[in-house]
Design a protein around this ligand. Structure first.
Ligand SMILES: [Zn+2]
Length: 475
Protein backbone atom coordinates (compact mmCIF):
# COMPACT_ATOMS: atom_id res chain seq x y z
CA UNK A 1 0.00 0.00 0.00
CA UNK A 2 2.80 2.32 1.01
CA UNK A 3 4.61 1.46 -2.19
CA UNK A 4 1.72 2.22 -4.47
CA UNK A 5 0.80 5.37 -2.52
CA UNK A 6 4.30 6.70 -2.96
CA UNK A 7 4.30 5.72 -6.58
CA UNK A 8 1.04 7.60 -7.02
CA UNK A 9 2.44 10.74 -5.39
CA UNK A 10 5.59 10.46 -7.45
CA UNK A 11 3.45 10.28 -10.56
CA UNK A 12 1.50 13.39 -9.50
CA UNK A 13 4.79 15.21 -8.98
CA UNK A 14 6.11 14.05 -12.32
CA UNK A 15 3.01 15.25 -14.14
CA UNK A 16 3.29 18.61 -12.37
CA UNK A 17 6.89 19.01 -13.52
CA UNK A 18 5.90 18.09 -17.03
CA UNK A 19 3.34 20.91 -17.17
CA UNK A 20 5.89 23.38 -15.84
CA UNK A 21 8.39 22.36 -18.46
CA UNK A 22 6.03 22.56 -21.42
CA UNK A 23 3.98 25.64 -20.53
CA UNK A 24 7.03 27.93 -20.32
CA UNK A 25 7.58 27.99 -24.03
CA UNK A 26 3.94 27.66 -25.05
CA UNK A 27 3.18 29.81 -28.08
CA UNK A 28 0.01 30.39 -30.05
CA UNK A 29 0.58 27.35 -32.20
CA UNK A 30 -1.93 25.37 -30.17
CA UNK A 31 -5.31 24.78 -31.75
CA UNK A 32 -8.53 23.98 -29.91
CA UNK A 33 -9.95 21.29 -32.15
CA UNK A 34 -13.04 20.04 -30.35
CA UNK A 35 -14.96 20.00 -27.13
CA UNK A 36 -16.56 16.96 -25.52
CA UNK A 37 -19.18 16.99 -22.76
CA UNK A 38 -20.34 14.62 -20.04
CA UNK A 39 -23.18 15.15 -17.63
CA UNK A 40 -22.85 13.60 -14.13
CA UNK A 41 -25.55 13.78 -11.43
CA UNK A 42 -24.00 16.91 -9.88
CA UNK A 43 -21.68 18.37 -12.49
CA UNK A 44 -21.02 18.88 -16.17
CA UNK A 45 -17.56 18.17 -17.54
CA UNK A 46 -16.21 19.90 -20.63
CA UNK A 47 -13.02 18.60 -22.19
CA UNK A 48 -11.31 20.75 -24.82
CA UNK A 49 -9.00 18.79 -27.12
CA UNK A 50 -5.84 20.73 -27.87
CA UNK A 51 -2.94 20.25 -30.23
CA UNK A 52 -0.48 21.41 -27.57
CA UNK A 53 -0.17 22.86 -24.08
CA UNK A 54 -1.92 26.10 -23.05
CA UNK A 55 -2.32 28.38 -20.07
CA UNK A 56 -5.85 29.24 -19.07
CA UNK A 57 -8.10 31.02 -16.63
CA UNK A 58 -11.76 30.59 -15.79
CA UNK A 59 -14.20 33.02 -14.17
CA UNK A 60 -17.95 33.51 -13.89
CA UNK A 61 -20.20 36.50 -14.67
CA UNK A 62 -23.74 37.10 -13.43
CA UNK A 63 -26.95 38.66 -14.79
CA UNK A 64 -27.08 36.69 -16.98
CA UNK A 65 -24.99 33.78 -15.66
CA UNK A 66 -22.00 33.03 -17.84
CA UNK A 67 -18.72 31.18 -17.58
CA UNK A 68 -15.68 32.63 -19.32
CA UNK A 69 -12.73 30.46 -20.27
CA UNK A 70 -9.63 32.27 -21.50
CA UNK A 71 -7.26 29.97 -23.33
CA UNK A 72 -3.93 31.71 -23.82
CA UNK A 73 -1.61 30.66 -26.60
CA UNK A 74 -4.37 29.12 -28.66
CA UNK A 75 -6.60 29.67 -31.65
CA UNK A 76 -9.77 27.91 -32.71
CA UNK A 77 -9.07 24.93 -34.99
CA UNK A 78 -12.70 23.94 -35.62
CA UNK A 79 -16.14 25.13 -34.52
CA UNK A 80 -17.01 24.08 -30.95
CA UNK A 81 -20.21 22.07 -30.97
CA UNK A 82 -21.68 20.18 -28.03
CA UNK A 83 -25.04 18.69 -27.24
CA UNK A 84 -25.83 20.49 -24.00
CA UNK A 85 -29.32 19.14 -23.34
CA UNK A 86 -29.80 18.14 -19.68
CA UNK A 87 -27.01 20.52 -18.63
CA UNK A 88 -27.02 24.10 -17.30
CA UNK A 89 -25.44 25.22 -20.60
CA UNK A 90 -27.62 27.09 -23.07
CA UNK A 91 -24.98 28.17 -25.58
CA UNK A 92 -21.25 28.30 -26.24
CA UNK A 93 -19.50 31.09 -28.15
CA UNK A 94 -15.89 31.88 -28.85
CA UNK A 95 -13.80 34.75 -30.12
CA UNK A 96 -10.14 35.56 -30.58
CA UNK A 97 -9.29 38.31 -28.01
CA UNK A 98 -5.80 38.72 -29.41
CA UNK A 99 -4.15 36.74 -32.20
CA UNK A 100 -2.92 34.32 -29.53
CA UNK A 101 -5.67 34.40 -26.92
CA UNK A 102 -8.97 32.57 -27.38
CA UNK A 103 -11.99 33.35 -25.23
CA UNK A 104 -14.85 30.87 -24.86
CA UNK A 105 -18.06 32.14 -23.28
CA UNK A 106 -20.65 29.70 -22.00
CA UNK A 107 -24.19 30.95 -21.42
CA UNK A 108 -25.82 29.30 -18.40
CA UNK A 109 -29.35 28.61 -17.21
CA UNK A 110 -28.12 29.01 -13.62
CA UNK A 111 -24.90 29.78 -11.77
CA UNK A 112 -22.31 27.03 -11.43
CA UNK A 113 -19.04 26.59 -9.54
CA UNK A 114 -16.22 25.93 -12.02
CA UNK A 115 -13.04 23.94 -11.50
CA UNK A 116 -10.46 23.51 -14.22
CA UNK A 117 -7.15 21.85 -14.95
CA UNK A 118 -5.07 20.68 -17.88
CA UNK A 119 -4.05 17.14 -18.75
CA UNK A 120 -0.92 15.93 -20.54
CA UNK A 121 -1.28 13.60 -23.53
CA UNK A 122 -1.93 9.91 -22.88
CA UNK A 123 -2.36 6.86 -25.10
CA UNK A 124 -5.82 7.95 -26.24
CA UNK A 125 -5.78 11.74 -26.25
CA UNK A 126 -3.46 14.69 -26.70
CA UNK A 127 -3.29 17.78 -24.47
CA UNK A 128 -6.62 18.62 -22.89
CA UNK A 129 -8.21 21.38 -20.88
CA UNK A 130 -10.86 20.11 -18.49
CA UNK A 131 -13.52 22.45 -17.08
CA UNK A 132 -15.96 21.04 -14.53
CA UNK A 133 -19.17 23.00 -13.91
CA UNK A 134 -20.46 21.95 -10.51
CA UNK A 135 -24.16 22.52 -9.82
CA UNK A 136 -24.60 24.83 -6.86
CA UNK A 137 -25.93 23.13 -3.73
CA UNK A 138 -29.01 25.36 -3.75
CA UNK A 139 -30.11 23.62 -6.93
CA UNK A 140 -30.03 20.21 -5.22
CA UNK A 141 -31.34 17.32 -7.30
CA UNK A 142 -31.24 19.44 -10.40
CA UNK A 143 -30.82 17.74 -13.73
CA UNK A 144 -31.62 14.03 -13.80
CA UNK A 145 -30.49 11.23 -16.06
CA UNK A 146 -26.83 11.66 -16.90
CA UNK A 147 -26.63 11.56 -20.65
CA UNK A 148 -23.77 10.34 -22.75
CA UNK A 149 -23.17 12.88 -25.43
CA UNK A 150 -19.64 11.76 -26.20
CA UNK A 151 -18.71 12.03 -29.84
CA UNK A 152 -17.86 8.32 -30.24
CA UNK A 153 -20.75 5.88 -30.49
CA UNK A 154 -20.78 3.44 -27.56
CA UNK A 155 -20.57 -0.32 -28.10
CA UNK A 156 -23.89 -2.15 -27.84
CA UNK A 157 -24.78 -2.73 -24.21
CA UNK A 158 -27.35 -4.86 -22.44
CA UNK A 159 -30.77 -3.27 -22.67
CA UNK A 160 -31.63 -2.04 -19.22
CA UNK A 161 -34.69 -3.75 -17.85
CA UNK A 162 -36.57 -2.17 -14.99
CA UNK A 163 -35.09 -3.42 -11.72
CA UNK A 164 -37.19 -6.04 -9.97
CA UNK A 165 -37.57 -4.60 -6.47
CA UNK A 166 -39.13 -6.61 -3.73
CA UNK A 167 -41.13 -4.98 -0.92
CA UNK A 168 -38.86 -3.44 1.76
CA UNK A 169 -37.83 -5.73 4.61
CA UNK A 170 -39.40 -5.17 8.07
CA UNK A 171 -37.44 -3.25 10.75
CA UNK A 172 -34.45 -5.14 12.16
CA UNK A 173 -34.34 -7.12 8.94
CA UNK A 174 -32.62 -4.63 6.73
CA UNK A 175 -31.36 -5.41 3.26
CA UNK A 176 -27.71 -6.27 2.69
CA UNK A 177 -26.33 -3.43 0.58
CA UNK A 178 -24.01 -4.19 -2.31
CA UNK A 179 -22.42 -1.18 -4.01
CA UNK A 180 -21.51 -1.99 -7.59
CA UNK A 181 -18.84 0.18 -9.17
CA UNK A 182 -18.48 0.34 -12.93
CA UNK A 183 -14.85 1.34 -13.51
CA UNK A 184 -13.71 4.41 -15.46
CA UNK A 185 -16.28 6.56 -17.34
CA UNK A 186 -16.48 9.87 -19.17
CA UNK A 187 -13.08 11.22 -20.13
CA UNK A 188 -11.46 8.00 -18.87
CA UNK A 189 -12.51 5.22 -21.29
CA UNK A 190 -10.38 2.55 -19.59
CA UNK A 191 -8.98 -0.18 -21.81
CA UNK A 192 -10.14 -0.65 -25.41
CA UNK A 193 -10.76 -3.62 -27.66
CA UNK A 194 -9.63 -4.03 -31.25
CA UNK A 195 -13.12 -3.29 -32.62
CA UNK A 196 -13.58 -0.17 -30.55
CA UNK A 197 -15.16 -1.84 -27.53
CA UNK A 198 -14.52 0.37 -24.54
CA UNK A 199 -14.05 -0.87 -21.00
CA UNK A 200 -16.17 1.95 -19.54
CA UNK A 201 -19.23 0.89 -21.61
CA UNK A 202 -18.84 -2.86 -21.11
CA UNK A 203 -18.40 -2.60 -17.34
CA UNK A 204 -21.36 -0.24 -16.97
CA UNK A 205 -23.59 -2.75 -18.78
CA UNK A 206 -22.38 -5.58 -16.52
CA UNK A 207 -22.78 -3.40 -13.41
CA UNK A 208 -26.37 -2.50 -14.34
CA UNK A 209 -27.23 -6.14 -14.94
CA UNK A 210 -25.61 -7.11 -11.63
CA UNK A 211 -27.67 -4.43 -9.88
CA UNK A 212 -30.84 -5.78 -11.47
CA UNK A 213 -30.04 -9.33 -10.38
CA UNK A 214 -29.06 -8.38 -6.81
CA UNK A 215 -32.25 -6.32 -6.45
CA UNK A 216 -34.15 -9.46 -7.43
CA UNK A 217 -32.70 -11.37 -4.46
CA UNK A 218 -34.82 -11.04 -1.33
CA UNK A 219 -32.86 -9.39 1.48
CA UNK A 220 -30.40 -7.66 -0.85
CA UNK A 221 -30.20 -4.22 -2.43
CA UNK A 222 -27.68 -2.99 -4.98
CA UNK A 223 -26.57 0.59 -5.64
CA UNK A 224 -24.35 1.86 -8.44
CA UNK A 225 -21.49 4.32 -7.97
CA UNK A 226 -21.99 5.68 -11.47
CA UNK A 227 -25.15 5.39 -13.52
CA UNK A 228 -23.93 6.88 -16.78
CA UNK A 229 -20.91 7.81 -18.83
CA UNK A 230 -19.06 10.20 -16.52
CA UNK A 231 -15.98 9.97 -14.37
CA UNK A 232 -15.89 9.61 -10.60
CA UNK A 233 -12.48 9.87 -8.89
CA UNK A 234 -11.38 6.61 -7.23
CA UNK A 235 -11.71 8.07 -3.75
CA UNK A 236 -15.17 9.35 -4.64
CA UNK A 237 -16.21 5.78 -5.43
CA UNK A 238 -15.28 4.49 -1.97
CA UNK A 239 -16.98 7.55 -0.44
CA UNK A 240 -20.20 6.69 -2.27
CA UNK A 241 -19.95 3.13 -0.91
CA UNK A 242 -19.63 4.48 2.62
CA UNK A 243 -22.52 6.94 2.18
CA UNK A 244 -24.77 4.16 0.87
CA UNK A 245 -23.89 2.00 3.90
CA UNK A 246 -22.30 -0.72 1.78
CA UNK A 247 -21.86 -4.20 3.23
CA UNK A 248 -19.81 -5.05 0.15
CA UNK A 249 -18.14 -3.08 -2.64
CA UNK A 250 -17.70 -4.73 -6.03
CA UNK A 251 -15.73 -2.88 -8.70
CA UNK A 252 -16.18 -4.14 -12.26
CA UNK A 253 -13.38 -3.84 -14.82
CA UNK A 254 -12.04 -5.43 -17.99
CA UNK A 255 -8.34 -6.02 -18.43
CA UNK A 256 -5.83 -5.00 -21.03
CA UNK A 257 -2.39 -6.51 -21.41
CA UNK A 258 0.57 -5.85 -23.70
CA UNK A 259 0.10 -9.38 -25.05
CA UNK A 260 -3.09 -9.66 -27.13
CA UNK A 261 -3.14 -13.37 -26.27
CA UNK A 262 -3.73 -12.80 -22.54
CA UNK A 263 -7.20 -13.96 -21.52
CA UNK A 264 -9.38 -14.91 -18.58
CA UNK A 265 -11.17 -13.32 -15.66
CA UNK A 266 -9.58 -12.45 -12.33
CA UNK A 267 -10.80 -11.36 -8.92
CA UNK A 268 -8.71 -9.07 -6.72
CA UNK A 269 -8.74 -8.20 -3.07
CA UNK A 270 -6.49 -5.58 -1.53
CA UNK A 271 -2.92 -6.53 -0.85
CA UNK A 272 -1.32 -5.28 2.34
CA UNK A 273 2.14 -6.29 1.26
CA UNK A 274 2.18 -5.11 -2.31
CA UNK A 275 1.19 -6.86 -5.45
CA UNK A 276 1.52 -10.63 -5.59
CA UNK A 277 2.53 -10.94 -9.21
CA UNK A 278 3.93 -8.94 -12.08
CA UNK A 279 0.55 -8.84 -13.77
CA UNK A 280 -1.13 -7.68 -10.60
CA UNK A 281 1.41 -4.91 -10.18
CA UNK A 282 0.98 -3.76 -13.76
CA UNK A 283 -2.76 -3.73 -13.33
CA UNK A 284 -2.69 -1.92 -10.03
CA UNK A 285 -0.69 0.89 -11.61
CA UNK A 286 -2.90 1.20 -14.66
CA UNK A 287 -6.07 1.27 -12.56
CA UNK A 288 -4.66 3.77 -10.06
CA UNK A 289 -3.52 5.96 -12.91
CA UNK A 290 -7.19 6.39 -13.66
CA UNK A 291 -7.35 9.14 -11.05
CA UNK A 292 -4.74 11.11 -12.95
CA UNK A 293 -6.53 10.56 -16.24
CA UNK A 294 -9.82 11.58 -14.69
CA UNK A 295 -8.27 14.65 -13.22
CA UNK A 296 -8.30 14.33 -9.44
CA UNK A 297 -4.58 13.60 -9.44
CA UNK A 298 -3.31 17.09 -10.07
CA UNK A 299 -6.13 18.92 -8.38
CA UNK A 300 -6.47 18.52 -4.63
CA UNK A 301 -6.16 15.31 -2.70
CA UNK A 302 -7.36 15.63 0.86
CA UNK A 303 -4.33 14.79 2.99
CA UNK A 304 -6.31 14.81 6.20
CA UNK A 305 -8.62 12.13 4.90
CA UNK A 306 -5.66 10.13 3.76
CA UNK A 307 -4.11 10.20 7.25
CA UNK A 308 -7.35 9.27 8.92
CA UNK A 309 -7.83 6.49 6.40
CA UNK A 310 -4.34 5.25 7.21
CA UNK A 311 -5.17 4.90 10.89
CA UNK A 312 -8.54 3.27 10.26
CA UNK A 313 -6.93 1.02 7.74
CA UNK A 314 -4.70 -0.58 10.36
CA UNK A 315 -7.57 -1.04 12.77
CA UNK A 316 -10.08 -2.83 10.66
CA UNK A 317 -8.39 -3.81 7.44
CA UNK A 318 -7.58 -7.30 8.63
CA UNK A 319 -11.21 -8.21 9.22
CA UNK A 320 -12.34 -6.66 5.95
CA UNK A 321 -9.58 -8.34 4.02
CA UNK A 322 -10.54 -11.77 5.35
CA UNK A 323 -14.11 -11.19 4.17
CA UNK A 324 -12.90 -9.78 0.85
CA UNK A 325 -10.81 -12.89 0.16
CA UNK A 326 -13.71 -15.13 1.16
CA UNK A 327 -16.33 -13.43 -1.03
CA UNK A 328 -13.73 -13.08 -3.79
CA UNK A 329 -13.12 -16.82 -3.83
CA UNK A 330 -16.85 -17.53 -4.08
CA UNK A 331 -17.23 -15.07 -6.94
CA UNK A 332 -14.19 -16.53 -8.68
CA UNK A 333 -15.53 -20.11 -8.47
CA UNK A 334 -18.79 -18.99 -10.01
CA UNK A 335 -17.10 -16.97 -12.77
CA UNK A 336 -15.00 -20.02 -13.58
CA UNK A 337 -18.18 -21.74 -14.78
CA UNK A 338 -18.98 -19.11 -17.40
CA UNK A 339 -15.57 -17.98 -18.63
CA UNK A 340 -11.91 -19.09 -18.40
CA UNK A 341 -9.99 -17.83 -15.39
CA UNK A 342 -6.74 -15.90 -15.66
CA UNK A 343 -5.71 -17.06 -12.18
CA UNK A 344 -7.27 -19.84 -10.12
CA UNK A 345 -7.18 -17.96 -6.84
CA UNK A 346 -8.04 -14.47 -5.64
CA UNK A 347 -5.15 -12.14 -6.37
CA UNK A 348 -4.13 -9.23 -4.22
CA UNK A 349 -3.03 -5.80 -5.39
CA UNK A 350 -3.00 -2.20 -4.22
CA UNK A 351 -6.03 -0.97 -6.15
CA UNK A 352 -7.14 2.37 -4.76
CA UNK A 353 -10.85 1.47 -4.87
CA UNK A 354 -10.25 -1.54 -2.60
CA UNK A 355 -8.80 0.58 0.18
CA UNK A 356 -11.96 1.06 2.25
CA UNK A 357 -10.78 -0.11 5.63
CA UNK A 358 -14.20 -1.16 6.85
CA UNK A 359 -16.03 -2.42 3.75
CA UNK A 360 -15.15 -5.79 2.25
CA UNK A 361 -14.18 -4.93 -1.31
CA UNK A 362 -13.35 -6.88 -4.43
CA UNK A 363 -12.39 -5.90 -7.95
CA UNK A 364 -13.52 -8.20 -10.75
CA UNK A 365 -11.57 -8.11 -14.02
CA UNK A 366 -14.23 -9.72 -16.21
CA UNK A 367 -11.84 -10.63 -19.03
CA UNK A 368 -9.24 -9.13 -21.35
CA UNK A 369 -10.77 -6.54 -23.66
CA UNK A 370 -7.35 -6.47 -25.38
CA UNK A 371 -8.03 -10.06 -26.51
CA UNK A 372 -10.23 -9.96 -29.64
CA UNK A 373 -12.23 -13.06 -28.68
CA UNK A 374 -12.90 -11.92 -25.13
CA UNK A 375 -13.67 -8.38 -26.29
CA UNK A 376 -16.57 -9.60 -28.46
CA UNK A 377 -17.84 -11.79 -25.63
CA UNK A 378 -17.65 -8.91 -23.15
CA UNK A 379 -19.73 -6.71 -25.45
CA UNK A 380 -22.44 -9.39 -25.85
CA UNK A 381 -25.56 -9.10 -23.69
CA UNK A 382 -25.82 -12.84 -22.94
CA UNK A 383 -22.22 -13.00 -21.71
CA UNK A 384 -22.69 -9.85 -19.64
CA UNK A 385 -25.71 -11.50 -18.01
CA UNK A 386 -23.79 -14.70 -17.32
CA UNK A 387 -20.92 -12.77 -15.75
CA UNK A 388 -23.33 -10.75 -13.61
CA UNK A 389 -25.10 -13.96 -12.60
CA UNK A 390 -21.86 -15.55 -11.45
CA UNK A 391 -20.97 -12.49 -9.39
CA UNK A 392 -24.43 -12.23 -7.81
CA UNK A 393 -24.37 -15.97 -6.99
CA UNK A 394 -20.98 -15.66 -5.28
CA UNK A 395 -22.16 -12.62 -3.31
CA UNK A 396 -25.33 -14.41 -2.20
CA UNK A 397 -23.42 -17.53 -1.14
CA UNK A 398 -20.99 -15.44 0.90
CA UNK A 399 -23.71 -13.50 2.73
CA UNK A 400 -25.83 -16.56 3.42
CA UNK A 401 -22.83 -17.91 5.31
CA UNK A 402 -21.77 -14.55 6.78
CA UNK A 403 -24.87 -12.35 7.15
CA UNK A 404 -24.25 -8.96 8.81
CA UNK A 405 -26.24 -8.65 12.08
CA UNK A 406 -29.61 -6.92 11.78
CA UNK A 407 -30.20 -8.05 8.20
CA UNK A 408 -33.03 -10.12 6.81
CA UNK A 409 -30.52 -12.79 5.81
CA UNK A 410 -29.16 -12.95 9.40
CA UNK A 411 -32.73 -13.25 10.67
CA UNK A 412 -33.41 -16.07 8.21
CA UNK A 413 -30.33 -17.95 9.33
CA UNK A 414 -30.95 -17.38 13.06
CA UNK A 415 -34.53 -18.60 12.83
CA UNK A 416 -33.38 -21.70 11.01
CA UNK A 417 -35.39 -20.65 7.99
CA UNK A 418 -32.78 -21.61 5.44
CA UNK A 419 -32.84 -25.38 5.22
CA UNK A 420 -30.62 -25.49 2.22
CA UNK A 421 -28.33 -22.91 0.68
CA UNK A 422 -28.31 -22.08 -3.02
CA UNK A 423 -27.02 -24.75 -5.40
CA UNK A 424 -26.42 -25.20 -9.07
CA UNK A 425 -28.22 -27.73 -11.20
CA UNK A 426 -27.02 -28.94 -14.58
CA UNK A 427 -29.95 -29.71 -16.88
CA UNK A 428 -30.21 -33.39 -17.89
CA UNK A 429 -31.71 -34.64 -21.17
CA UNK A 430 -35.50 -34.60 -21.05
CA UNK A 431 -35.70 -32.36 -18.01
CA UNK A 432 -38.23 -29.52 -17.96
CA UNK A 433 -38.34 -26.41 -15.81
CA UNK A 434 -41.31 -27.85 -13.91
CA UNK A 435 -39.38 -31.07 -13.16
CA UNK A 436 -36.40 -29.14 -11.79
CA UNK A 437 -38.78 -27.01 -9.71
CA UNK A 438 -40.40 -30.08 -8.19
CA UNK A 439 -37.08 -31.74 -7.50
CA UNK A 440 -35.81 -28.78 -5.47
CA UNK A 441 -39.21 -27.80 -4.02
CA UNK A 442 -39.15 -24.30 -5.43
CA UNK A 443 -41.75 -22.66 -7.64
CA UNK A 444 -41.17 -22.40 -11.40
CA UNK A 445 -41.56 -18.61 -11.00
CA UNK A 446 -38.68 -18.57 -8.48
CA UNK A 447 -36.51 -20.56 -10.86
CA UNK A 448 -37.35 -18.26 -13.75
CA UNK A 449 -36.55 -15.15 -11.75
CA UNK A 450 -33.36 -16.56 -10.17
CA UNK A 451 -32.05 -17.46 -13.60
CA UNK A 452 -33.40 -14.53 -15.55
CA UNK A 453 -35.21 -16.93 -17.89
CA UNK A 454 -37.40 -15.40 -20.58
CA UNK A 455 -38.98 -18.75 -21.48
CA UNK A 456 -39.32 -22.21 -19.91
CA UNK A 457 -37.14 -23.78 -22.57
CA UNK A 458 -34.02 -25.42 -21.10
CA UNK A 459 -30.87 -26.54 -22.87
CA UNK A 460 -29.17 -29.81 -21.97
CA UNK A 461 -26.11 -29.01 -19.88
CA UNK A 462 -27.39 -25.53 -18.97
CA UNK A 463 -26.58 -24.56 -15.38
CA UNK A 464 -29.50 -23.32 -13.28
CA UNK A 465 -29.13 -21.56 -9.97
CA UNK A 466 -31.41 -23.11 -7.36
CA UNK A 467 -32.11 -20.48 -4.68
CA UNK A 468 -31.86 -21.35 -1.00
CA UNK A 469 -35.03 -23.07 0.17
CA UNK A 470 -36.89 -21.60 3.13
CA UNK A 471 -38.97 -23.61 5.59
CA UNK A 472 -41.21 -20.69 6.43
CA UNK A 473 -44.15 -19.86 4.24
CA UNK A 474 -43.84 -16.59 2.38
CA UNK A 475 -44.39 -13.58 4.60
ZN1 LIG B 1 -10.30 -0.89 -15.52
Amino acid sequence: MMGSGMRFRAMVAAVGLLFLAVTVDAVAETKVNSVRLWRAPDNTRLVFDLTGPVQHSVFTLTAPDRLVIDINGATLGAPLNVNSSNTPITAMRSAQRTPTDLRVVIDLKKAVTPKSFTLAPNAQYGNRLVVDLFDNAADAAPIPAPTNVATVAPVPVTPVEPAVKLPPAPAGKRDIIVVVDAGHGGEDPGASGSRGQREKDVVLAIARELQRQVNGMKGFRAELTRTGDYFIPLRGRTEIARKKGADLFVSIHADAAPSAAAFGASVFALSDRGATSETARWLADSENRSDLIGGAGNVSLDDKDRMLAGVLLDLSMTASLTSSLNVGQKVLSNIGRVTPLHKQRVEQAGFMVLKSPDIPSILVETGFISNANEASKLAAANHQQALARSISSGVRQFFQQNPPPGTYIAWLRDSGKIVQGPRDHRVNPGETLAMVAVRYQVSPATLRSANNLKSDELKIGQTLTIPGTELAAKE
